[in-house]
Design a protein around this ligand. Structure first.
Ligand SMILES: NC(=O)c1ccc[n+]([C@@H]2O[C@H](COP(=O)([O-])OP(=O)(O)OC[C@H]3O[C@@H](n4cnc5c(N)ncnc54)[C@H](O)[C@@H]3O)[C@@H](O)[C@H]2O)c1
Length: 375
């Protein structure tokens, strides 16, 4: 599914390498900024935008929407100056995800719950063969059994994405079983809540090792073989799940903001690198808004945590439970956008854009970030 709002308005094929930075793809109409207050803070789901109050929500500082949007300043030129030959314009006309992905092999991490399980279910419905990876062994086996019972060809591999050897073993197992991997979805992720200085060092470390390290491990284990396939003219896909929190930082979830911003940087770097190599590897980043899952229940703060943190966690969980997309709805949108060739897979633009525009204005206007309550 795509919306007019997330259709690129520029043709990235005219870009001269990473030096031109991101296009203005995915920007809403400038007028979208006007409704910013409604979409900020806990009301946006697990990844509230700049400066929400835990209990009441907030609105970011807003400014007049610029006529032209962000200047293409990001995307440092690589040392070699190699310019990619091709652009990333989505394919013209309607594209069927089943047509693109049917019969192909997908590896999905964090596949036994929430967003990962939804992606796996939808991939199976598209006719994909699946390698499901998760650290939760029992739940993974149960879920793989459930999907197999529907007739899907499924393999479960207990994996700790934070461990490079475990992810290499996952790749070896997948290639041995299916001979190839067409699509890697780096999705496994965890949450930590609290004041940045109070979150224990081990929890910070786990956030970095799973939410960033896990994705790096996936890229290191799978991309070299995708490049080899590319030399034979075969296309591959890498899809990294970030979050709207990867564009909108929040208090009380700094490790999450840090890692989701990091996933955006990692993914865009990889995209440029594939262009430099001229490799037929499509890279996409997913920025979910609120989706029903276990992420907040799994991260529930302990009894001794300050009450505002427990309240924030409970509020975001409740929001996802009551108003979030189902993982299946989310997955359908993501697969449709990836099949269309989109780098930016933004399944809930209505939750992101009204906050992104004022944030962009704030940066371009060099306005100090403001915590606003009750927006
Ligand atoms: N649910 C949302 O609203 C939302 C919004 C934006 C982004 N996301 C992102 O979506 C991804 C999936 O999260 P979810 O919401 O479905 O949460 P979830 O807790 O329901 O699922 C996460 C899965 O990852 C697995 N996992 C955790 N650590 C792992 C490890 N070290 N190795 C392998 N597997 C591991 C868990 O066992 C679980 O099955 C995460 O990257 C998250 O940041 C979620």
């Amino acid at each position: 599914m795509s919306t007019p709002a997330d259709t690129p308005v520029t043709d990235p094929s005219t870009a001269v390498g990473p030096a031109t930075g991101p296009s203005t793809a995915g920007r809403p109409a400038a007028g979208a900024a006007a409704s910013s207050g409604a979409a900020i803070g806990p009301t946006t789901g697990p990844c509230p935008a700049a400066g929400p109050a835990p209990a009441t929500g907030s609105a970011p500082a807003t400014g007049a929407a610029p006529a032209t949007g962000p200047a293409p300043a990001a995307g440092a030129a690589p040392a070699t100056g190699t310019a990619p030959a091709t652009g990333s314009a989505p394919a013209a006309g309607p594209v069927s995800a089943a047509g693109v992905f049917g019969g192909r092999v997908a590896v999905i991490t964090g596949a036994s719950s929430g967003i990962g399980a939804g992606l796996a279910r939808h991939a199976a419905a598209l006719g994909m063969k699946l390698v499901l990876a998760d650290i939760a062994a029992e739940r993974l086996a149960e879920f793989a059994g459930e999907l197999s019972a529907t007739g899907a060809e499924v393999m479960a591999v207990v994996t700790d994405v934070a461990d490079p050897a475990s992810v290499t073993a996952l790749a070896d197992t997948a290639y041995t079983r299916f001979g190839t991997v067409d699509l890697l979805v780096n999705n496994a992720g965890i949450m930590a809540m609290g004041y940045s200085w109070e979150i224990p060092a081990e929890r910070w470390d786990a956030m970095l090792r799973v939410n960033i390290g896990g994705y790096v491990n996936g890229i290191r284990a799978f991309v070299p073989r995708m490049l080899e396939r590319g030399e034979r003219g075969e296309k591959s896909w890498v899809v990294n799940v970030s979050s709207i929190g990867g564009l909108l930082p929040s208090p009380l979830m700094a490790p999450y903001s840090v890692t989701k911003f990091g996933v955006l940087a990692l993914t865009e770097s990889l995209h440029y690198e594939m262009r430099m190599k001229g490799a037929p590897v499509q890279v996409s980043v997913v920025t979910p808004g609120s989706v029903k899952s276990e992420i907040f229940r799994a991260a529930r703060p302990g009894e001794t945590a300050p009450p505002e943190i427990a309240a924030f966690n409970a509020q975001l969980q409740q929001l996802a439970d009551e108003h979030g997309l189902t993982p299946e709805e989310h997955a359908e949108r993501v697969f449709d956008m990836v099949a269309e060739g989109k780098y930016w897979a933004i399944p809930q633009p209505e939750q992101l854009f009204p906050a992104l525009q004022p944030r962009t204005d704030m940066i371009l206007g060099q306005v100090n970030p403001e915590l606003r309550l009750g927006g």
